[in-house]
Design a protein around this ligand. Structure first.
Ligand code: UT7
Length: 331
């Protein structure tokens, strides 16, 4: 039994925030952001209009519509996000409620940052291959904009991230189509290099809270270290997965890489000797939307006819943790 991708879904909040808009908030420039990351603009939610779960709902509805399926045709949900609507319960059950399931399917919430989609895919693949579930809905949704430091102090991080949601439906098939293999890995010794620590469970709101201005409730990132490891790990992961499955790099029809920095992806493709024409990017328009990025980007490549049924597609990602991974799919 193979786990085949049936459809993708996406939702981007309508508000476009350009690099020029950011220039008004912090000491940065359109030129710096484009040169260092490839980003021209990103989407940010408007207060009161979109939430993590409402965007997830819209992306899942889109995926269901494209697959011509109803919510009750799904047997399990896997949801991932850095920052969810609630501390608990997770957004998986909120999605289950809003999509209108009439049966009590399981909803699993994961937290694997930019590699989240690959981690989710590996679970969905195992569930389907084992015969446990027939159809699995995977969704990532991210509202970064509410927790970015939009002053000059946070400019190295805040210019990179955008809001949005991406979804994907996988189903059991006995055809050749589907996930061929997945590699996932993590290295917790680098957990402090890219993180958002507060307010976590070590933070007692009654004891530690001072004032909003005094708190540093923003993501921390050592950009150069992340960059260096991202290039090395993404290249290594995909290269080893291709070798293990006896494919040459030239057999790959298309690569969908996580969208954190256009220069990271250019270096990975260059080292793997995979031509630039065999990939698609959304980072210029959406920035980094963590777990939503891969389904958003692959869904767009499918809609544009760049990825076709039967193509050998590689996915590859790297993110906080550090976590990373790659997948080979006969789409
Ligand atoms: O999925 C995982 C998530 N994250 C990533 O993969 C991100 C990985 N890292 C990166 O993408 C890059 O390291 C950045 C885009 C974050 C930064 O690019 P860089 O080429 O590594 O720049 P840098 O950090 O070395 O900074 C160069 C200069 C510094 O000024 P000085 O010290 O040379 O005077 C920074 O203060 O650029 C300055 N800078 C900025 N200037 C204008 C940092 N951020 C900005 C900014 N606008 N937004």
């Amino acid at each position: 039994m193979n786990a085949r991708i049936v459809s993708f879904g996406a939702y981007l909040p309508p508000k476009v925030v350009t690099n020029k808009d950011l220039e008004k908030m912090m000491d940065t420039s359109d030129e710096w952001i484009q040169q260092r990351s490839g980003i021209k603009e990103r989407r940010w939610v408007e207060e009161g209009k979109d939430t993590c779960s409402s965007m997830a709902h819209k992306a899942c509805e889109d995926a269901l519509k494209k697959a011509n399926l109803k919510a009750d045709d799904i047997d399990a949900i896997i949801f991932g996000s850095l920052l969810t609507d609630n501390v608990f319960p997770g957004t998986g059950v909120l999605l289950q409620k809003s999509l209108g399931f009439s049966k009590n399917i399981p909803a699993l919430d994961i937290k694997n940052q930019c590699s989240g989609f690959l981690y989710a895919l590996s679970v969905a693949n195992a569930w389907i291959k084992s015969g446990m579930y027939k159809r699995v809905l995977v969704c990532g949704s991210e509202v970064h904009s509410c927790r970015l430091d939009k002053s000059t102090r946070g400019r190295d991080v805040s210019v990179l991230f955008g809001d949005g949601a991406g979804a994907c439906i996988l189903e059991a098939t006995d055809s050749e189509q589907g996930i061929i293999d997945i590699h996932i890995a993590s290295q917790g010794e680098f957990a402090d290099i890219l993180c958002l620590k507060e307010p976590g469970s070590n933070f007692d709101l009654r004891r530690d809270f001072k004032s909003i201005e005094e708190q540093n409730w923003y993501p921390y990132m050592e950009g150069k270290t992340v960059f260096k490891h991202a290039v090395a790990r993404m290249t290594e992961s995909l290269s080893q997965l291709l070798d293990k499955n006896k494919f040459k790099n030239s057999d790959v029809d298309f690569v969908i890489a996580h969208q954190a920095n256009m220069r990271i992806n250019a270096m990975v493709l260059d080292q793997l000797k995979i031509p630039w024409e065999k990939t698609h990017h959304t980072i210029d328009r959406y920035g980094n939307t963590t777990m939503a990025t891969i389904p958003l980007t692959m869904g767009e490549a499918v809609d544009l006819g760049k990825v076709k049924r039967g193509d050998l597609v590689s996915l590859v990602a790297f993110g906080a943790g550090f976590t990373w991974g790659s997948a080979l799919i006969r789409y």
